[in-house]
Design a protein. Structure first.
Length: 231
């Protein structure tokens, strides 16, 4: 018993000494080891540069950050592009081509018409359009491993102009996979035929605000407002 008590006291003294050296090396009095840890809230934590409000780490003030709007669409916003692409990827939506480079955007010469570049952009796509594509992907069971929904046309130049155009983010083209065809070719959604350069049957969702045209080579979708579920 006596030996055990000596061992315990020795252990206590060792812990007390170590804690005192680590936490308060300049103190003349030590106190108990538990009070050394919890008794002083001013210096219990290790101070790291940049952790306190008064510290600086060469960080720019928020007011110093200048955001230049993309008004001419010749230089894609790659940060936003990648964010939207990641959102689509997480929802099981594929994109057939890489994003356009600045050179590809400029080579078109015009945002409307012309020859579409060999790239696909989603930067600038309306939130409702993004949500609607994701809703279709969820409805047909599209996943990262089995992508039944693939975007083939987004906000890149080369599409026709208009108030509800690709460039303004209201339109999106989808690959006509069996899963998408079976879901969108619903007799209750049929609303007639579209003529012109890309004819095809027109389908409307239950909100009667968004159109889905089967143009053989792709689904030409125009989204005015989010409508989930479609049917």
């Amino acid at each position: 018993v006596v030996v055990g008590i000596v061992v315990m006291l020795a252990a206590w003294l060792i812990v007390d000494a170590v804690m005192a050296v680590l936490y308060h090396p300049n103190d003349s009095t030590w106190g108990t080891w538990s009070s050394l840890v919890t008794g002083r809230a001013d210096d219990n934590c290790l101070q790291q540069a940049g952790a306190l409000p008064s510290d600086t780490l060469n960080q720019a003030e928020l007011n110093d950050v200048v955001v230049v709007p993309n008004t001419n669409n010749t230089v894609p916003d790659y940060l936003l592009e990648n964010m939207i692409r990641q959102e689509f990827a997480d929802a099981g939506v594929g994109i057939n081509k890489n994003a356009c480079t600045a050179a590809e955007m400029a080579s078109n010469g015009s945002l409307c018409g012309g020859t579409p570049p060999s790239c696909t952009n989603v930067n600038g796509m309306q939130k409702a359009t993004i949500d609607q594509v994701i809703a279709i992907a969820k409805a047909v069971g599209s996943t990262k491993e089995n992508q039944y929904v693939v975007i083939t046309g987004g906000t890149e130049p080369g599409h026709a102009c208009g108030n509800k155009s690709h460039q303004l983010g209201f339109k999106v083209d989808l690959r006509p996979t069996d899963a998408v065809n079976n879901y969108l070719k619903n007799p209750t959604m049929y609303a007639g035929e579209r003529s012109g350069g890309e004819p095809g049957p027109i389908y409307l969702d239950k909100c009667r605000l968004n159109t889905y045209v089967f143009a053989l080579t792709h689904w030409d979708i125009t989204v005015n407002s989010t409508c989930i579920p479609l049917k």
